[in-house]
Design a protein. Structure first.
Length: 134
């Protein structure tokens, strides 16, 4: 209630929700679960949508599998700054937004949350599935 009241009548900023959830020690298991909960609240229209730049900040702080995906795509170096990460995330997001058909983007609800999921799944395929098939 305190977070809703603080931002009412507006939606709660995504990063503010993550920070609040971390301090509140919600009974969920870790940073990824908190990120997924925030994403669900975006879709429920309670939390503001994430921008690609916000996603880069979240990835820098939380070090999700999406970081490994960006490294495997050679979009960021092993040791990267927030600026290089933001440039990579924004560039990939813009490229995908142009490359994907509008209908497909709508069908998959293409947004920065979906980009994080995509990068995570890409790194899993590259590091876990493909090596087993050789």
């Amino acid at each position: 209630d305190e977070l809703v009241t603080m931002y009412s009548p507006n939606k709660i900023p995504f990063i503010a929700f993550l920070d609040w959830a971390e301090k509140a020690r919600l009974p969920i298991s870790g940073k990824l679960s908190t990120f997924l909960l925030a994403g669900d609240l975006v879709y429920a229209e309670k939390v503001e949508e994430l921008t690609p730049a916000d996603l880069a900040s979240v990835l820098m702080k939380m070090d999700f599998g999406a970081i490994k995906g960006l490294k495997l795509l050679n979009l960021i170096p092993e040791h990267h700054s927030l600026d290089s990460l933001t440039e990579a995330v924004e560039g990939l997001y813009d490229w995908l937004e142009q490359a994907l058909d509008a209908g497909d983007r709508t069908l998959m609800r293409f947004d920065p949350i979906m980009l994080e999921h995509l990068l995570c799944k890409y790194q899993r395929v590259q590091t876990k599935l493909l090596p087993r098939q050789k």
